[in-house]
Every structure is written in C-alpha cells, then in structure tokens.
Design a protein around this ligand. Structure first.
Ligand SMILES: NC(=O)c1ccc[n+]([C@@H]2O[C@H](COP(=O)([O-])OP(=O)(O)OC[C@H]3O[C@@H](n4cnc5c(N)ncnc54)[C@H](O)[C@@H]3O)[C@@H](O)[C@H]2O)c1
Ligand SMILES: O=c1ccn([C@@H]2O[C@H](COP(=O)(O)OP(=O)(O)O[C@H]3O[C@H](CO)[C@@H](O)[C@H](O)[C@H]3O)[C@@H](O)[C@H]2O)c(=O)[nH]1
Length: 466
C-alpha cells in the first residue's frame, strides 16, 4: 500500500524534524503535523526561519524547502486525523509526577488522549504509528482504546521508535544507523501496514537498515538503546572520578579502551553528567517496568546509572565550592553553556540546572551565557525546581547575551556545554577581566590545559588527575 497522506500528532523535537525529513524525501506524500500548542504551531509557521521552535543544524533549510508544498503545520487535529491514512503519535511521554509510579513510570495520558481522539474522528481504516518512546506493551492499550471506542473501523498499530539525537537530528534522520518497525505480521492487514511504513523509509534508506520485529521487541529496544547509551556515560563518568584521584586522564583511558573494537569509541566522553529529555526518563521507566515484574535486581542495576549521574553533577558543584576556599557566597560564577549538549536550544534535564541550583543554595551569584537558550527558558528551568522564591532566583542569577560580559569580574568559570565557540574565545582577555585567582572548571574537557594554565588560570578539567 502506498501512503499518500500522513499526519503526525505532536510538533516537538521529534515530530517536527522527523516529519520534515519524510516530507523532503517523499515529495508525493502530504505530511501534516498537528499540535494543541498554538504558539508552537505558529512558530513552525513563522515567516522568519530563525524563529522555528526547534533549533537543529540543517532543519530550517528543509522546512523552507517543503513547508506549504507537502509539509503543513496546523492546530486542526481532527481534520488531519480524518484525512490521513497513517497517523504518527509523537507526543511527550514524561515521567509521572503524581499517583502510582510517581517519579518513575512514563505518564501516558497524552498518548491515551491521542488514541481516544483518533478513535472518535476516524471514519476509515487507519495505520497508527507509535513514534513516542513507550513502555513495552503500550501498543495493546492503544489498540484496546481504538477498537473499543472507535466507529468500527480497523486500526493497525505499529511501533516505530525514533533514535535521533538532538543537535544532529537532521543527519540522524537522513542517514540513520537503522530504522526499527514493530508490527503484527501474523495477519495480512498487519503485514500490509508494516510494508507501508517500510515503503516510506525505503525512499532514502537502504532496505537492509530497515529492521522489522514484533511490536514488543520494538518498544523494548528503544528503552534498551537509551539505557545502554546512558550506562556508557555513567561508566566513563565513574572512571573520571578515579582518574582525578590517581593521576590518570580519562580522555587517555577513553581512547585506550575505545580502540578495542568490542567496546568502540563512541559515547565515552566524561562530562558533568548526561542530560536531555530521554535518558533519565527512559531508564526510570525501565526500572519501573522491572520492578512491576518483581525483577528487583534488574531494577537496581539500571537505577545505578541514574544514581551515578546525580553524583557526577553534585561532585562538580561541590568541587567548585571547596576549591573556592569553601565558600562561594556572594562570588560571581559564570556558566558557559546551559543547553544539555551543543547545537541544540533544548535544556530539558540539563546538568547545568542542578549545578546552578546547588551553587545558588550556597549563595553564589551566577551569570549564564548560552548561544541558543533564551533568558526566559533559563529562569523557568531554575524556578521549576522550586528550591527558592522566584525573586531570589532573579536576584542571584543573571543571563548575558555576550560571553565576555558574562565573565567580567567573575571568580570562576564553569563550562557546562561543549559549544564549539568556547574553544576559540580570547581567553587572555577573559583572564584580565576576572577576579584573581581566576578559576576555570571545565566540565566538558574542551580547553587545552597548557594554554589555559600559561595564561594564569587555575584550571580543573573533569577526569584529569594532573
Ligand atoms: N527529544 C528527542 O530527542 C527524542 C528522541 C527520540 C524519541 N523521543 C520521544 O519522542 C516523544 C516526543 O518527544 P519530544 O521531545 O518531541 O517532545 P516535545 O515535548 O518536544 O513535543 C511533544 C508535543 O506533543 C504535543 N501534544 C501533547 N499532547 C497532544 C495532543 N493530545 N494532541 C496534540 N498535540 C499534543 C505537545 O504540545 C508538544 O508540542 C517522547 O516520547 C520522547 O521520549 C524524543
Ligand atoms: O560521551 C558522551 C555522550 C553523551 N553525553 C551526554 O549525554 C546526554 C545525551 O546526549 P545524546 O545521546 O547525544 O543526545 P540525546 O538527544 O539525548 O539523544 C539520546 O536520546 C534520544 C531520545 O530518546 C535518542 O533518540 C538518542 O538515540 C540518544 O542518543 C547529553 O547531555 C550529552 O552531553 C556525555 O556526557 N558523554
């Protein structure tokens, strides 16, 4: 079956880029992305392509090429559902903040709302694709809602988890390592549904990279991939602490182990801890699933990845306090970077937030510079924690549009995001305008120790024992 009309519910970091790339690669398919968030849809429809709600290298060009031709952004969810043959659900699935499973389980209320809306609106058979990351066996809940509240039409449910990483989303979508499609191939209708989605991806992805599995394997593979990736970061971060105590250098250790082809070289960068909207949420979800099956040892094993990550953030801020003579009260500390990684404006679960909160509790004055994150986002991130009054955060934390201004008169600089531009700053100029001794705490290990120390800085690099 050749699909001609697709709708995607959820115009976020996944829905936007994923559908833009499908629209680019499949000019004969009409793709409509819908969202209940009017401001977000208005931003996707902005005249100025710098104002799109998601910043990703290369994305604005694709939206420019396709928007108004075969890519559309709308708030009319019912119309888009009605017209589409295939509906992707790409809404958020955050950690539950209430009730049973609070702080661990995935909150599936947005997914359920989508399923109910599809059931209510659909008057013809539809293929429904889970694009959101979901607990294993969610497809059966979606199917039950669709079948029992629908108008008697047939629904096929596919799982098609997304593996893109932010900052490289366009590249990841154009050249993915693999595409995973889970479906029920025991029935003819299920087989046709799987093939329809395979046909779409095979417009630009080699067939051997399109994997088809049963639905449960597909759902669980997504949680597993994120758990393994996050585990690598926690593992190297655990080694970074040993390096600092022993005189080893974690970058040398990473290189040495990464050259073992069984280990591989990727995802071995020690850092201030992983952030982003997925790793923590998905591991907590996995831990919850394991516990719900009574698999307590499995749950404890994966939970340790999160515990280590929290430790890495806390030990970074503790180190700043102890190095600055055990007090940062009234001292200006500059944060270079607030996003959870470079090349994105996303700050969800960014380590900078927790580290700032720890230092603000020690009465530090924080000045933040990030090339892509807005001041309102930074204040909302810190206010969201609820540690202190909004007025206190406003008084203690300032946001600068200029990195040099942010560093003026500061006692210490903390590098929290690995933005490339930080490497090329005039560090002599920055040094001259700082309080002495001038400290740099490089949480991403991006500066050259010898150059920085020769300027006069006292330099701490994560995972370096020298
Ligand atoms: N961010 C990533 O890099 C990434 C990568 C892979 C998978 N995922 C998964 O993809 C899913 C979406 O993540 P995201 O980062 O795009 O989230 P997001 O918060 O950026 O976007 C979700 C959007 O869905 C909209 N929405 C919620 N309920 C709706 C409804 N009933 N009708 C219409 N719109 C609705 C929200 O308004 C929001 O704009 C999550 O399950 C996430 O785990 C995310
Ligand atoms: O060696 C490394 C690699 C990553 N990180 C940090 O880990 C976090 C996550 O980075 P990354 O995985 O590159 O970005 P995400 O956009 O969160 O992507 C992850 O989460 C997505 C959402 O599920 C998945 O689709 C992707 O495959 C998966 O990589 C960031 O804070 C990084 O700075 C490190 O500290 N060291």
């Amino acid at each position: 079956m050749n699909i001609k009309n697709i709708c995607c519910i959820g115009a976020g970091y996944v829905g936007g880029p994923t559908m833009a790339v499908i629209a680019k690669q499949c000019p004969n398919i009409k793709v409509t992305i819908v969202d209940i968030n009017e401001a977000r849809i208005a931003a996707w429809n902005s005249v100025n392509f710098d104002d799109l709600p998601v910043f990703e290298p290369g994305l604005a060009d694709i939206v420019k090429e396709t928007r108004g031709k075969n890519l559309f952004f709308s708030t009319d969810v019912d119309k888009a559902i009605d017209e589409a043959e295939m509906i992707f659900i790409s809404v958020n699935t955050p950690t539950k903040t209430y009730g049973k499973g609070k702080g661990m389980a995935a909150d599936l209320k947005y997914i359920e709302l989508c399923a109910r809306q599809i059931a209510k609106v659909a008057k013809q058979n539809k293929i429904v694709v889970e694009k959101s990351t979901l607990p294993v066996r969610t497809a059966s809940a979606i199917k039950s809602i669709l079948d029992e509240t629908g108008n008697g039409v047939q629904f096929q449910i596919l799982s098609n988890p997304e593996f893109l990483a932010e900052g490289t989303a366009v590249q990841d979508l154009l050249m993915p390592d693999r595409v995973l499609i889970g479906g029920d191939t025991s029935t003819k209708e299920g087989e046709i549904a799987v093939q329809s989605l395979v046909n779409i991806y095979s417009e630009w992805i080699p067939k051997k990279q399109i994997l088809t599995t049963n639905v449960w394997s597909s759902e669980l593979s997504k949680l597993t991939a994120n758990a393994f990736l996050a585990q690598r970061v926690s593992s190297i971060n655990a080694m970074s602490e040993i390096c600092e105590k022993t005189g080893a250098d974690v970058r040398e250790v990473s290189k040495a182990i990464g050259m073992d082809s069984r280990i591989g070289s990727k995802f071995l960068n020690a850092s201030v801890g992983f952030g982003g909207s997925c790793f923590q949420k998905d591991i907590l979800n996995l831990v919850y699933i394991a516990k719900s099956y009574g698999l307590n040892e499995v749950a404890d094993y994966w939970e340790q990845v999160i515990i280590m990550n929290e430790h890495q953030k806390n030990r970074f801020s503790d180190n700043i306090v102890s190095t600055l003579y055990n007090t940062v009260s009234g001292k200006k500390i500059t944060f270079l970077g607030w996003a959870f990684k470079k090349d994105t404006n996303d700050t969800r679960e960014s380590s900078a937030i927790k580290i700032a909160d720890n230092l603000l509790s020690e009465q530090a004055k924080i000045s933040v510079y990030d090339p892509k994150v807005t001041p309102s986002q930074i204040y909302s991130d810190i206010d969201y924690l609820g540690t202190r009054a909004y007025e206190d955060n406003k008084a203690l934390l300032t946001v600068s549009k200029d990195a040099y201004e942010a560093c003026n008169e500061s006692h210490a600089i903390a590098i929290l995001t690995e933005w490339d531009e930080f490497k090329n700053y005039d560090w002599n100029r920055i040094y001259k305008n700082m309080q002495k001794p001038a400290f740099i705490f490089d949480g991403r290990g991006i500066l050259d120790k010898n150059t920085i120390e020769s300027i006069g800085f006292t330099y701490y690099k994560i995972g370096s024992g020298n």
